[in-house]
Design a protein. Structure first.
Lengths: 284, 188
């Protein structure tokens, strides 16, 4: 009985496989292919209306699935677009940095040619550390004694004077800014030619004070303050003349004995990037 | 109506409905870039529940129906599904697995056999498609997707076929143990 069942099962399996193979041969080969294709197209004719009806009935179902698929697809697209946006942002940042660098280079070139700083062997450098603190008025630059930088060398940025080198390492240097309490720069009012000394305004790191002016009444708001080209202190830095320091923003009231001449720095001392160190000053 | 006639009718309805649902709904929904394929799941479930011989016959019928409906080379799906139905039936007859994940494993294996078998046959028949990583990826994704729906499909097929199936001796034994050998209805 068992053997009979097994034989029957195997026979049916073999029969089905053989029928399938015959159908494949007939469908692929020439003989009978036409008849089978006729059957197939007839079947499709019969099935089409049923298929159309079922398709309409099941539209909400596959709409739901498609909606789910669309959500996943949209999530994938969102991630892809985010990556593209990040890449575009990085490209924009790089381009803006290049643009900024070229603008600053042009400004440096203009300043160097106007003030004839080329004999002073300006050394290009970048600020690599600028502490964010009210109490710190110095920055670190990436040029040191290896590049010819030495203590007391003046440092400028494209807008004007920013400070003096106070410490030097082989590959870096510390620049003390002109708003540091230890700083003193001999300056001149470019309009009245009055000479004074520029120092920090206590409690206001964004402002400078011009002191030791013999005739303060000659100085007017809006006057440009530039380096005088003289030593401020014995053994101190010798600044080339006419480097912009800032602009007068306040003067003492007429007739008052006290009061200070306030100067807004030409350079933004809180956001320094590319600078030049004037390394070879005559008479320094 | 005899059990055999009832089972045959139910298998015919199952084949028609499953292929129709496949054509009208499932084939139009792409998830992760692939379609689920109900046919191997239904054939394997039917073969597993009814046995090797009915499974092979059911697979042949579903395959012919699929080939006709999708205007494919006639006999290719039939041959593949004959093997799937027969294999699923033989698994039941030889091993009788009862683990909860059996439908899932059965669905994954049936889909793998069907996908690979179909690809091999089509290549043998001279389809000029490259064996690319894309094809492998599609097959793997279809297997994964089918595994996810294998359990509910198996449950539906089982629910549809069980009234026409001869009573499982193990089920009969369990009922006899819990009811003292009598149906709750006959006791009352």
């Amino acid at each position: 009985m068992h053997d009979k069942t097994v034989r029957r099962r195997r026979a049916v399996l073999a029969l089905l496989v053989v029928v399938s193979l015959i159908l494949i041969s007939a469908s692929v080969g020439g003989s009978g292919g036409g008849a089978l294709h006729t059957v197939q197209s007839g079947f499709l004719d019969v099935l089409s209306p049923v298929e159309t009806g079922a398709s309409k009935a099941l539209t909400p179902v596959h709409d739901l699935f498609n909606w789910v698929g669309d959500v996943f697809h949209a999530a994938g697209q969102r991630d892809k677009l985010r990556k593209e946006l990040a890449a575009a942002d990085a490209e924009i940042i790089a381009l803006q940095a290049k643009q900024h660098a070229s603008i600053e280079a042009a400004k440096f070139q203009h300043m160097d040619s106007t003030l004839q700083l080329s004999p002073d062997a300006p050394v290009q450098a970048s600020v690599i550390n600028q502490p964010e603190s009210l109490w710190v008025s110095h920055v670190t630059i990436n040029a040191g004694s290896g590049a010819g930088v030495s203590v007391y060398d003046p440092v400028i940025d494209p807008d004007g004077l920013i400070g003096t080198v106070t410490q030097v390492a082989p590959d870096s240097a510390i620049v003390t800014l002109i708003n540091d309490p230890s700083s003193g720069v001999t300056a001149r009012d470019s309009s009245s030619r009055e000479i004074g000394s520029i120092g920090p305004q206590p409690g206001s790191p964004g402002e400078l004070v011009m002191g030791l002016v013999s005739r303060p009444s000659e100085v007017k708001v809006g006057d440009l303050i530039v380096t005088a080209g003289e030593r401020a202190t014995q053994g101190g830095s010798l600044f080339p003349p006419n480097i912009p320091i800032g602009q007068v923003t306040g003067v003492p009231a007429a007739g008052s004995a006290g009061g200070s001449i306030l100067v807004a720095p030409a350079a933004d001392l809180t956001s320094l990037d590319n600078v030049q160190v004037l390394t070879r000053l005559p008479g320094a | 109506m005899s059990d055999t006639t009832n089972l045959t009718l139910r298998l015919c309805v199952l084949a028609f409905v499953s292929v129709l649902v496949q054509i009208t709904a499932v084939a139009q929904v792409r998830i992760f870039g692939v379609n689920a394929d109900l046919s191997p799941l239904v054939v394997a479930a039917a073969g597993f529940l009814t046995g090797a011989l009915p499974g092979a016959a059911f697979g042949f019928g579903v395959g012919i129906f699929v080939d006709l409906a999708f205007a494919q080379t006639l006999g290719v799906s039939a041959l593949v599904y004959v093997l799937v139905g027969y294999g699923a039936g033989r698994v039941r007859e030889l091993r009788a697995p009862e683990a909860p994940f059996t439908p899932l494993a059965l669905g994954a294996a049936a889909t793998a056999v069907a996908s690979c078998g179909y690809a091999v046959l089509e290549f043998t028949l001279g389809v000029t498609a490259p064996v690319s990583l894309l094809l492998v990826r599609d097959i793997l994704l279809t297997i994964a997707l089918n595994s996810l729906i294998a359990v509910p499909v198996y449950s539906l097929v089982r629910r549809w076929l069980i009234p026409a199936l001869p009573e499982d001796p193990r089920r009969r034994r369990r009922r006899a143990y819990t009811t003292g050998g009598l149906s709750p209805l006959s006791r009352s």
